[in-house]
Design a protein around this ligand. Structure first.
Ligand code: 5GP
Ligand code: MN
Length: 342
């Protein structure tokens, strides 16, 4: 286990004690870890006698709405004025599960210029220099796991109840793909065992997240696998693309394509996958890999993105067709890296 420096824990302790108007903010397109860690930390601060505001930059999938405290989350895209004011008025801002203000897409200047103290709690590499106090550790599977460790380091583990535990477990489960990747660290299982001891019903959480899809999503998945997947065995790579028209045809809702990018990794020999989704003004891309191939470096270099080694994302302002062509043309440059990546 990696211990967090006592000096940082003591500073955090003081910040929490003194906080009068704390605010928790997470990243754009929030995932299970973004919402799970934010709400877990929210419930913890409530137990410390605080009334934190929780902000998500935009809407997130319905399969995350069951989480306790979901009704407290203010979605910026639907409440711009409220969030601008809240950021201006907050005396402490906790930034959870992202490493740079630009991951809040639209709130970056408001966040950077906000007068409150900023505390970063995150597990992504290469944090930007915007926080007064940083808990930035790639060692943890998820921000939720890190939040558990921080609360324990604050000697407040007695305050973790089944509600906080549910939120944190959700973050760990989703960021490891149900303990499929990013989950070889024994500490993760120490935290999981503590959370289960506190009454987390892990099967129920799994069902809430993964068995809660619409029929449209399953049909879109089938269509993507059948018609929209390109496989390049010589580069150990496969990708999927979806156009706006196709999204409409399948009544696309946020979250419907969650996890699609992982499926081609199940093909024998495939180690690098991508999904390209045409948005109104850009193409959103997700990358995944098995082994040593650094998708985050690839995303950063070619598609204005970043993330973790095995799971990252990026964007393209070119058309979907041009973006796919660019990706196909890049693959030969990575042939050796991909061959040697396991
Ligand atoms: P997903 O593919 O699930 O949207 O994102 C996987 C991971 O990639 C996220 O945890 C996040 O760290 C990172 N990521 C996704 N999109 C972007 C992006 O546009 N920019 C950066 N820097 N990271 C991204
Ligand atoms: Mn995360």
């Amino acid at each position: 286990m990696r211990s967090i420096p006592e000096i940082d824990i003591n500073r955090l302790k003081d910040i929490i004690v003194q906080a009068e108007r704390p605010l928790i903010i997470t990243h754009y397109n929030p995932d299970g870890d973004a919402i799970g860690s934010s709400l877990g930390f929210y419930h913890y601060l409530v137990k410390k006698g605080k009334e934190p505001i929780v902000v998500a930059p935009n809407d997130y999938p319905e399969f995350l709405h069951w989480m306790p405290g979901n009704d407290k989350v203010i979605v910026y895209k639907r409440n711009c004025g409220t969030v601008h004011n809240a950021l201006r008025d907050a005396d402490v801002i906790f930034a959870l599960d992202f490493n740079d203000p630009d991951r809040t897409e639209g709130l970056e200047t408001y966040l950077k210029d906000a007068p409150g103290k900023k505390v970063l709690i995150d597990h992504h590499p290469d944090p930007g220099d915007f926080a007064d106090l940083m808990f930035s550790y790639t060692y943890y599977s998820s921000t939720a796991e890190l939040v558990y460790h921080i609360i324990e380091s604050l000697s407040d583990d007695k305050l973790i109840d089944s509600i906080i535990a549910e939120c944190l477990y959700t973050g760990i489960m989703t960021d490891t793909g149900s303990f499929n990747y990013n989950s070889s660290n024994p500490f993760t299982y120490y935290v999981v065992s503590k959370l289960i001891e506190l009454g987390v019903d892990k099967d129920k959480i799994y069902w809430n997240i993964y068995d809660n899809y619409s029929a449209d999503r399953m049909r879109l998945l089938g269509y993507c696998m059948h018609k929209k997947m390109e496989v390049f065995p010589e580069y150990h790579t496969a990708f999927i693309s979806i156009s706006q028209d196709e999204l409409k045809e399948f009544n696309f809702k946020p979250g419907d394509s969650e996890g699609f990018v992982n499926y081609p990794l199940s093909i024998k020999g495939i180690r690098f996958t991508a999904i390209f989704i045409e948005k109104e003004k850009h193409v959103k891309i997700s990358f995944r890999s098995k082994g040593k191939f650094s998708t985050n470096k690839f995303a950063e270099k070619h598609f204005n993105g970043g993330g973790h080694i095995n799971a990252s994302g990026g964007n393209s302002n070119e058309s979907l067709a041009d973006t796919l062509e660019k990706f196909r043309n890049l693959l030969p440059n990575y042939k050796n890296d991909l061959n040697d990546s396991l």
